[in-house]
Design a protein around this ligand. Structure first.
Ligand code: SF4
Ligand code: SF4
Length: 158
């Protein structure tokens, strides 16, 4: 009888379930959502990339040295290691925004692997170019110093 009345009472109670995805489910205050990035505060140290366990962050670099931040919400495991490692408060931060589902059409993993490899390659190219320019400058400086010394010695003899 007790069970019967309990069941009857439940008929008039609000459902405990929510109409997800049409209604948002309960979100705790410390919910770990998407990682945000504020370019104006970033000092481009790439510590966030270095500590990210699954490789959800990568920086590419153009030939002028300018870096670009890339983040993959589907690879991210929402551990917040990047935020903890960042020396500039607010440059990278945790939001409470839930990550949207990765869609098949986005080809998100293959696309990310390609982008990641290209980003690393872009940095290597920039580093190689920088090294080449530094070597050329050192050679030019050395040649100029030798020429200057020769000119000074020529002047003395004259
Ligand atoms: S929260 Fe964790 S997994 Fe996500 S980008 Fe930051 S370090 Fe990487
Ligand atoms: S750790 Fe912070 S400052 Fe360094 S590159 Fe990442 S977001 Fe920028």
């Amino acid at each position: 009888m007790k069970t019967f009345f309990k069941a009857l009472g439940n008929v008039f109670k609000k459902p405990v379930t929510t109409k997800y995805p049409f209604e948002q489910t309960y979100k705790p205050d410390d919910y770990r959502g998407l990682i945000g990035f504020e370019e104006s505060l970033c000092i481009w140290c790439r510590r966030c990339e270095a500590v990210c366990p699954p490789g959800a962050i990568v920086f590419s670099q153009d030939m002028e040295g300018k870096q670009t931040y890339h983040y993959n919400r589907a690879v991210c495991i929402y551990c917040t290691e990047c935020v903890r490692a960042c020396p500039k408060e607010g440059a990278i931060f945790q939001t409470a925004e839930p990550a949207p589902c990765a869609l098949k059409e986005e080809n998100i993993n293959n696309g990310w692997n390609k982008l990641f490899a290209e980003a690393i390659e872009s940095r290597e190219l920039y580093a190689a170019e920088k090294k080449k320019k530094a070597a050329e400058k050192a050679a030019a400086d050395k040649a100029a110093a030798v020429a200057k010394k020769a000119a000074e010695e020529g002047n003395k003899e004259g």
